[in-house]
Design a protein around this ligand. Sequence first.
Ligand code: CA
Length: 147
Amino acid sequence: MLRVVILAVCLSSMVYCKPKYMDELPNGHNIPNPCKPGETWPASGHNDPTDGDSDINQFGEDFKHHHKEWNKELCMLDSDRDGKTNGAELGDPSCIWTHKGSHNLPAPTGHPGICEPVGSPACSFQGFSCAGGFSGKHHHGRDYQSD
Ligand SMILES: [Ca+2]
């Protein structure tokens, strides 16, 4: 049912979603939008919540670096440097999830590519605000973290 809804959203807004990557991540269809409680951020590796062609965030870079596969190493990384591992944020704190297995995962606790809480002093390095998205020119990889 959720997939049908997401597909409908993708089609109606004419954005290119990448549902296959959503299937490659624990809770990939339920990654919370840190700016809109109750809403999801389907394009979790990108700076735009629903645009799989928008600039890639650090989680997207790390995902790419790990051959677009969820593994222990990617799970243990803290891509957005907010002190929580990617696995902890996606509801796979023990890094046991595989896209082939069926696991009863806890709900995700955060977005793996956006330092949370957004706007806190500890996250000021990322140059992200809910009102303006990622500020600055183009944010590829770790560039945005050194601004
Ligand atoms: Ca994190």
